[in-house]
Design a protein around this ligand. Structure first.
Ligand SMILES: [Zn+2]
Length: 227
């Protein structure tokens, strides 16, 4: 009897252990299943970008004006082009493809020609009436007599490319002043200033980029350049 009385609770205990084991197994299986689902959920987004078509990194939606540089001042032209392109307007200066007609031809006049100007641009719209979008072939001429020190060369090229982008002369703090050396708040100007950037984005659309900075220039000797 004593054995029978003692064996009953032991059987109950064994049954409870079986139930507890079954419950723990169920919980463990549930945890494994849940973690598998979570892993799946976490892995999926990482796999997605490879399956989604990647848009172009540089979706430029503006106007490209091509140029051919036969001036011999390649480095100055490239620097001035980069300065204008860095503004963020929906217009861009790009080198003309081989064998294609350029929108802008950049040339140097013979130093034997005795002209008193440093640069001239034949613009295909009427900048005398205000900023305008050029629509046809244009020519920039540079006078080697004035293309001396680097920052003077940059100022002349940046000014003429400003015309080719449709900018008229201005007399505020601007690379578009008609003669130089251009001084602005005690600084020498040899590239587009903020005012030039504002005119460009107003004319072509776009937004001035956070990276845009007027070029820092060395002082230019006092000899007047008319452009
Ligand atoms: Zn000019």
């Amino acid at each position: 009897m004593a054995t029978r009385f003692e064996s009953l609770p032991r059987r109950r205990r064994r049954g409870a252990v079986v139930h507890l084991t079954a419950a723990l197994t169920t919980v463990a299986l549930a945890v494994v299943a849940l973690s598998t689902v979570m892993t799946y959920i976490h892995i999926r987004p990482a796999e997605l970008p490879a399956q989604i078509p990647t848009p172009p990194l540089d979706p430029f939606m503006g106007v490209s004006l091509s140029y051919r540089d036969d001036s011999g001042y390649e480095e100055d032209v490239q620097t001035a082009v980069a300065d204008w392109n860095s503004i963020g307007a929906r217009v861009r200066l790009v080198p003309a493809a081989e064998g294609r007609t350029a929108d802008i031809l950049i040339r140097t006049i013979s130093s034997r020609r005795r002209v008193d100007w440093a640069g001239r641009t034949w613009v295909s719209c009427d900048t005398a009436a205000g900023p305008c979008r050029p629509r046809g072939p244009q020519t920039v001429l540079l006078n080697p007599v004035h293309m001396r020190d680097r920052d003077r060369r940059l100022a002349i090229v940046a000014h003429e490319l400003g015309h080719a982008l449709g900018q008229p002369h201005r007399h505020d703090c601007s690379i578009m002043r008609p003669s130089g050396p251009i001084m602005c708040a005690g600084r020498t100007v040899c590239g587009p200033e903020l005012t030039d950037a504002l005119v460009l984005v107003r004319l072509w659309g776009g937004n001035i980029t956070a990276d845009f900075q007027p070029r820092a220039c060395d002082s230019i000797d006092g000899q007047e350049s008319d452009f």
